[in-house]
Design a protein around this ligand. Structure first.
Ligand code: PLP
Length: 404
């Protein structure tokens, strides 16, 4: 049969939003079953709401948000993002270096499209947030995965990263804080990555969408702040810190040595112009959101929802025989390991599917994050502790008799 699709690259699976397990869950829902969706990081689904001031200001601004804006975004939004870059010590960021997007997702795709010729390689972590791999491959490039090391709190394995660089490698991607592992990288690891990028003249892409959701008194450091002599592109947005995924507000910041990337920046500008602009009502709340009181801080300290839910899920998972998990320090994900010998698991999608059918709990198998073995899965711990308790009880009961 004739194919009308662009190429098989479009079939790359984004397991958190599509794929066999998500499809099965959708079918179960259509048949009237209630599914607990621990598969997607959408705070609004679990009762988190945007700060009131953000909603108020968007309402106020909407009348004046009807036209296209400058392609990169409105002045107040870019100014606020530029100042945010200053606070994070990211150097050499002017107003022209800030681009707003319909979520960070749009800009990740744009950045990959402008970068990769057929066969160009880019280093992406495994496990990853799979949009990165999908966008790199779809752009015509080749995603080459470097390992995050569970034994070292899921920090990048720098030796593995460097060993995967070839003459065709153009860039490396850092996701910090990390989805799916919840790790927040220390400065020495970030410096090690910068050293590798410097030695091999690579662009650094850093996805920092969870940088305002860091717990346990840890600080988030932007890798771009450690690499003023390199060209860096940093991504963030309001989806997670301000609980407004649906508003689609993200941004991208170019920093450091822009001279080495003039042709690339010209390509970015062309693609940014082609999409005209990002949604203007969304841009209108960026200044309000980034300035002043940050209500997200209430969630990530003792007594706060994200903090307490993290503690609960960490203890609950580790008390199940054959399950072990590192304690996440940031975001709202945990990436536990399952003893595949004990449960005779050879296919992690099958494991997620079997669990879904038995418990009506939906989670994403590790292979959905380009993890090479069938021994991990990701849980989104956004639901209230009482809901998580019920889920973990069912999960433990399911595993007590499970074998593949
Ligand atoms: N980057 C990471 C690491 C994410 O986890 C997500 C969403 O889950 C995104 C980017 C996409 O964010 P946005 O809603 O801004 O498109």
């Amino acid at each position: 049969m004739r194919s009308f699709a662009k190429s098989d690259k479009l079939s790359h699976v984004l397991y958190d939003v599509r794929g066999p397990v998500v499809d099965a869950a959708a079918e179960m829902e259509e048949n009237g079953m209630k599914i607990l969706k621990l598969n997607i990081g959408n705070p609004a689904t679990f009762g988190f709401t945007a700060p009131e001031e953000v909603i108020f200001d968007m309402r106020d601004a909407i009348v004046n948000s009807q036209g296209y804006s400058e392609s990169r975004g409105i002045f107040s939004a870019r100014k606020a993002i530029m100042q945010y870059a200053q606070i994070k010590n990211i150097s050499n960021v002017g107003m022209k270096d800030v681009y707003t997007g319909n979520g960070a997702s749009e800009l990740i795709q744009l950045a990959m499209n402008a970068l990769l010729n057929n066969g160009d390689e880019i280093l992406i972590p495994a496990p990853d947030y799979p949009l990165w791999t999908a966008c790199a491959n779809l752009a015509g490039g080749k995603a080459v995965h470097y390992l995050l090391d569970e034994e070292s709190d899921w920090y990048p394995d720098l030796a593995d990263m460097e060993s995967k660089i070839t003459a065709r490698t153009k860039a490396l991607v850092v996701i910090n804080p990390n989805n799916p592992t919840g790790a927040n990288y220390p400065v020495d690891i970030l410096k090690g990555i910068v050293e590798i990028a410097r030695r091999h003249e690579l662009i650094i892409f850093s996805d920092e969408i969870y940088d305002r959701l860091v717990m346990d008194d840890e600080k988030h450091v932007s890798i771009a702040s450690l690499a003023p002599d390199l060209f860096c592109v940093t991504f963030s947005g309001l989806s997670k810190s301000h609980m407004v995924c649906g508003f689609r507000v993200g941004w991208m910041i170019l920093s450091g040595n822009k001279n080495v990337a003039r042709d690339y920046i010209a390509g970015i500008n062309m693609l940014s112009n082609m999409r005209l602009c990002s949604n203007v009502p969304g841009q209108s709340i960026i200044q309000t959101a980034l300035g002043g009181y940050q209500s997200v801080n209430e969630y990530i300290v003792p007594g706060g929802r994200v903090y307490e839910q993290r503690n609960y899920i960490y203890d609950a998972l580790n008390s199940i025989p054959g399950i072990s998990a590192k304690k996440p320090k940031a975001a709202f994900y945990i990436f536990p390991k399952i003893d595949t010998e004990r449960y005779q698991i050879t296919n992690d999608s099958q494991f997620a599917l079997d669990c879904l059918k038995a418990t009506r709990i939906l989670f994403v198998p590790g292979s959905g994050f380009n993890w090479p073995k069938p021994d991990h899965f990701r849980i989104v711990y956004l639901p209230q502790v009482a809901v998580l308790e019920e889920a973990m009880e069912k999960f433990a009961k399911f595993l007590a008799t499970y074998h593949q």
